[in-house]
Design a binder for this molecule. Sequence first.
Ligand code: NAP
Length: 331
Amino acid sequence: MPRALITGITGQDGSYLAEQLLARGYAVDGLVRPPRPAPDADAGAPVRPDHLAAVRGHAGLTLHTAALDGTDDLVALLERVRPDEVYHLAAESRVAVSALDPAGTATVNVRLTRDLLAAVGRVVPEARVLFASSAAILAPSPHPLGEDAPRGPLTVYGSSKLTAHEAAAAARADGLFVAVAILFNHESPRRSDDFVTRKITRAVAEIAAGRREGLELGNLHAVRDWGYAPEYVDAMRRMLEVATPLDVVLATGVGHTVADFCSAAFAHAGLDWRDHVRVDDAHRRSREADALVGDPALAERALGWRASTRALDVARLMVDDDLLRLGAPTG
Ligand code: NAP
């Protein structure tokens, strides 16, 4: 039975990955950080649902609660677990929070990545590692963006991911099997409220339930390549099955505007988005790419993977989930 260690197991991707690996007969070890006081950046944030609810108590799942502080802690963890595969997903993934807390972001996104790679090299150098990089490392340039697209992050989050990506490349050059997924946006009912897709679908449900009237958004013209998270974690697993560790763009290859996403989400609840959405410059990010659309050609060629759930269907799935939570009828 293969054994996988997942950092960031409590997040959107980590929880889907845990479910999929357990269903395949893996033993799964997950790294969970200890409960902590909410940082200022999180003040007032709603309590997140338990994404691991479906697998808690599964005989194949072991959770390790630890504040990992340095390579020695990670060495001790890896000596206990001795994983065949390591999926390094833990990160401060929220662009806005990364801007408010660059030091905390660097600690988890960069230092933890370096420490983990060093510990893998010491304890389980034969293990296969997947690092979750991001389209946010790329510079605005002609689309679609492939693995060799120019680097040039616009945000603290993107810079931290680029530094970690380079650490992953260096570890690969030193002989470790480190595959790097260059992830374009992927969403699901487990997406946190910090992301525009979730803001939209939650507002749709609340408006449909008569709990609010409108939604303010910053930039309706931004184009994003939104896929469906469970499919992206399947691609991550495939990346550890191929003979050579690769950098692979995971994307649908299709871009939609925020307005398109709004239109589909509101229509799914029988609403016209133009009656409810207002543009408010206070919600506009000063530095963000106008368009981010990926080129999934290598993923298809090397992994036999292709995103099948399209952005506007993801919007509808998320609206259904938000309506369900509010006890409203679904579309
Ligand atoms: P997510 O839902 O925000 O989950 C992040 C995970 O990292 C959570 O388990 C979180 O733990 C953990 N984490 C955060 N700070 C930590 C810290 N200081 N120490 C230890 N653990 C920490 O993110 P996701 O959407 O699943 O994304 C997974 C990975 O893919 C991330 O590396 C993200 O940057 C990358 N990525 C995602 C997308 C996307 O569209 N989803 C796109 C590009 C790249 P808590 O539960 O305790 O907060």
